[in-house]
Design a protein around this ligand. Structure first.
Ligand code: FMN
Length: 138
């Protein structure tokens, strides 16, 4: 079965990694986009609060037939120690029975404080987290 790379990026670093990974894995790639591009103020204040509260973002519909993919690689930046809000939309869209690889980018390269909770939310969807990694994006 095919692999899907599904990502959200605010300032482009996660997009670059996602594109490189999709090429390497010969995978299809889908970008999750917010309906309105956030200002920096909005991202750091409201986006960070939403990330901490694990709230979903207002995103464009994810048009994807997930049934054709066996593995989904999700890449999202860390905001205020948690995955950016779009991650919560992604989790909500995950169909049961998939292998999911999670890759988080951040300035520190460390999302340990939120890792277990994030993995648990993905597994609560009936998916198996096969790999979790942190990348310090510069
Ligand atoms: C609103 C906001 C909050 C952030 N919070 C953190 C943080 O708590 N810890 C950290 O290491 N990096 C933090 N960062 C840095 C980003 O996680 C990092 O630069 C990321 O790789 C950016 O990915 P992107 O370019 O795809 O948006 C934050 C960035 C933004 C915009």
């Amino acid at each position: 079965m095919k692999t899907l790379v599904l990502f959200y990026s605010y300032s482009g670093k996660t997009r670059k990694l996602a594109e490189e990974l999709a090429k390497k894995e010969n995978a299809e790639i889908i970008e999750v986009k917010e309906k309105n591009k956030r200002s920096k103020f909005n991202a750091y204040v409201f986006g960070s609060i939403a990330a901490v509260q694990r709230k979903q973002a207002e995103i464009m519909p994810i048009n994807c037939d997930f049934s054709q993919y066996g593995k989904i690689i999700v890449l999202v930046p860390i905001w205020a120690g948690r995955p950016a809000p779009a991650m919560n939309n992604i989790i909500n869209a995950l169909p049961a029975g998939k292998e999911v690889e999670l890759i988080f980018t951040s300035g520190s390269g460390n999302s340990k404080g939120s890792a277990e909770k994030t993995k648990g939310l993905v597994e609560a969807r009936g998916c198996k987290v096969v790999k979790y990694s942190d990348i310090r994006a510069v």
